[in-house]
Design a protein around this ligand. Structure first.
Ligand code: BDP
Length: 333
């Protein structure tokens, strides 16, 4: 695979972007209702931030763009919604970089377990030059990433037992998001990975089709998975950024000034989401604890991390051009 992170390709991206600006200028007069995808329910940090985004865009474009957000994934499951946004059937969405991997291989770097030291480091990486390079890779696939949301750290939860060591994962059927790297991750721990849509997880936990899954506290709580899965183990193995992405065709239909307005609204929305996120983590954790979920500290996270080494090896064997990017991310303070 050729690297989208090479300077030669970046110049191509720039000239494409310049062409887009010219095209946008000629189409600026039309008003547009934008349909936006969101998997989360009302009141979730992302939903509140998307609501603010929609209001700000309507205001600052003087109604030329009227975004409407559809919550709860009613417009489809995430891999589907990503395709819809790529084709312009949807105008925007808040997408996680996990299910983005099969579409934009560069973003798979962000799905490598234990890549980031913590959420703050992830924000620093995504807000800097590296984030711009990921945005360029997404743009090649018709998605304009305007800002980056957080989604905390994901940990395993299940109906059977606390996970304290990698061996506790043995034999557990665990749902993962749609990305082969997560299958490898669970395999490496001796579990059985089941890729499945988010919308199906609750029922599958209830009927015993799966024994568990992995997610952050706000999603574990808001999806009601905690009502069934009573063990939450703080492995914190994945910290995955999410984008506020606009379909390329919708983006290019905007004037230069409206593009600036939409970008500013997306950046403001990310700031709001990140702030609300921190509060929601604490609130969700309290809710699940009160409902009887046992939260266990994982004392030896390094043991889990060690099991991931072959995944890194296989990944850089397959994508040698991405090895330096992994290193750059790790070196980011
Ligand atoms: C949540 C993400 C959402 C994913 C969901 C999942 O915010 O985008 O769809 O996890 O596990 O944390 O599918």
């Amino acid at each position: 695979m050729t690297s989208l992170f090479s300077p030669r390709v970046s110049r191509t991206c720039l000239s494409l972007a310049a062409a887009g600006v010219l095209l946008g200028a000629s189409l600026s007069a039309q008003a547009a209702t934008w349909r936006g995808w969101n998997v989360h329910p009302d009141g979730y940090p992302n939903s509140l931030a998307l609501k603010s985004f929609a209001e700000e865009v309507a205001k600052t474009t003087d109604g030329r763009v009227e975004p409407k957000v559809y919550n709860n994934g009613v417009l489809g499951d995430q891999p589907d919604a990503i395709e819809q946004a790529r084709s312009g059937a949807l105008d925007f969405g808040n997408f996680n970089m996990g299910p983005m991997g099969p579409v934009v291989p560069e973003t798979d770097v962000l799905s490598l377990p234990f890549l980031f030291k913590n959420v703050e480091q992830m924000y620093r990486v995504m807000d800097g030059d590296i984030g711009k390079r990921f945005a360029a890779a997404l743009a090649e696939k018709n998605l304009i990433a305007l800002s980056w949301f957080g989604s905390g750290a994901r940990s395993f939860y299940d109906t059977k037992r606390p996970i304290e060591t990698p061996d506790d994962v043995k034999g557990l059927k665990l749902r993962v998001m749609n990305n082969d790297l997560y299958v490898q991750m669970v395999d490496a721990l001796g579990g059985n990975a089941t890729p499945m849509a988010y919308s199906e997880v609750f029922q599958s936990l209830k009927t015993g089709v799966i024994d568990g899954a992995e997610n952050n506290f706000p999603s574990f709580e808001s999806s009601n998975h905690y009502e069934v899965a009573k063990y939450y183990s703080l492995t914190e193995h994945l910290i995955i950024p999410e984008c506020l992405c606009v379909a390329k065709s919708s983006w290019e239909a905007l004037s230069d000034a409206d593009q600036r307005a939409v970008r500013t609204a997306a950046e403001n929305a990310a700031q709001e989401q990140r702030q609300l996120w921190a509060e929601r983590v604490a609130k969700s954790r309290a809710i699940v604890e009160k409902a009887g979920v046992k939260i266990n500290q994982v004392k030896d996270k390094a043991a889990f991390q060690q099991r991931m080494e072959p995944i890194y090896q296989a990944f850089t064997d397959k994508h040698p051009e991405l090895a330096s990017l992994i290193e750059e991310i790790r070196q980011t303070p």
